[in-house]
Design a protein around this ligand. Sequence first.
Ligand SMILES: *Cc1c(COP(=O)(O)O)cnc(C)c1O
Length: 576
Amino acid sequence: MYYDTLKINDISKHDLDKIRMIAEQNEINFRYFENAIGISLDETTQISDIEDIMSVFSEWRGEFAHLQTEKLSIDWNTSLIRKSDFMTHEIFNRFNSEHEMLRYMKALENKDLSLTHSMISLGSCTMKLNATSEMIPITWPEFNAIHPFVPKNQVYGYYEVLEELSRDLIEITGFDGISLQPNSGAQGEYAGLMTIMAYLHDIGEGHRDVALIPSSAHGTNPASAVLAGMKVVVVKCLDNGYIDIDDLRSKAEQHQNDLACLMVTYPSTNGVYEEGIKEITEIIHQNGGQVYMDGANMNAQVGLTNPGMIGADVCHLNLHKTFCIPHGGGGPGMGPICTAKHLTPYLPGHAVVDISSNKAMGAVSAAPFGSPSILLISYAYIKMMGSGGLKEATKIAILNANYMMKKLGSAYQELYKGANGTVAHEMIIDPRPFKISAGVQVEDIAKRLMDYGFHAPTVSFPIPGTLMIEPTESEPKDEMDRFCQAMISIREEIGRIESGEWSREDNPLVNAPHTSDMATASEWNHQYTREEAVFPLHWVKQHKFWPSVARVDNSYGDRNLVCACLPTEAYIEMPS
Ligand SMILES: *Cc1c(COP(=O)(O)O)cnc(C)c1O
């Protein structure tokens, strides 16, 4: 008996078909090769499973076989048997009742500020509503307990969902084909670039390997290009945040013999719809390149415009941004790619499940459709919204961003606006001048927002020292107003430092966030009051979120890890 994987060789085609028929009648799937059968066992396999497997073979042989369990034994090196105790840390041994365990987990949850408390305005991340009704289906075993290589005829319903979702995403992007394989935006970028390479290779242009990438791009863009074997050439941006089209043209012409592609984000990571986008894609095509559109900002396009219309050839979609899969805490995500007709045949294939044309490149992930159970969330979102609803959502997302831009405009400088003085679905505000006027940096504002009960917006991306804010369509006006009031109140606090009322060394910004320990300590030696510290606006009192730790110096904290576990020395076993 071998742990894990068995391969039974030399089975004729006729016998293989027969075994398969018997197995399927008993609701068992094996892996079928040309003339062999593969069986995987793991730590969840029970004796009864082995009996079931044996019964398939005995039925095929027409003879009864009995599993002699008393003869089952596994040999292993006894020196591998653990003699030491394990999981001795107090935390693994303290909670011995359901109530205690529940309270422990709730206590951990309470340290976490989430969308259940207030808006999370992370720009470029699109933190939108993950409706409960969209997420319920992933708890159904019909979807979450299916092996990724299951034969299609056992999961027609699942395939129908995947096919309908595919059709909808193709329509939304204005493209022709799709691969549901990539598990993240970055993996989509890699898959899209590899698709471009496979196409270029096939048309005899395989030597093309230069990727033009604007300096404002997300860090994953150049990283994916390098992984795909391309050389990165950076294109400049103008002072207004737009791509420098003259620089783009000259670099495209300079590389006209080896240009593979441009990677471009639209609307840009600077939060504007670039009016020159069609000219940009034309320049790339004229010089023999393909256009990869980073789809992280699709929340500003769905139903109004699409990558096909602006002249892109391939794009990824962050379904965990635009299409409601929960985003944050590390995923899981889905980053499918959509392609124009000439690229479709080259989309990723799969070694076990037949999903592609004969020109397909290899797989980019182990499962043919990535993490399909979470695709149900995007499917439910699209179906419940309908095409009219999706378009409306995009409009509201843009309206919300512009509403906040106007409200915050009196207190902060926005960095970039489009030609008619508006932004797309997000905006960048620039607190860098406060460094000089009040000694206040972007981190101080981010930390101070915690005292007001808010998660910080995106800090220092794409421009160091700035804040990028994206409300999405999910936030109501009241919540956006609360966030703006907090930001404006922080601006007033900065004013009190500028005027000299509070010193640069001791003010609620540099000391933020304030914990309950700090606020209730017997001694209070600050120039501002306890109330100003922890209840800076009257409504903060109504549902105060107490940060559990005070400021940890950013880089010092990163380099000097303090762990609550037992020290490593405790794990050194004395030689016996
Ligand atoms: C989020 C994001 C990515 C990467 O997507 P992941 O799913 O996080 O890998 C790429 N580009 C932009 C502009 C993004 O905002």
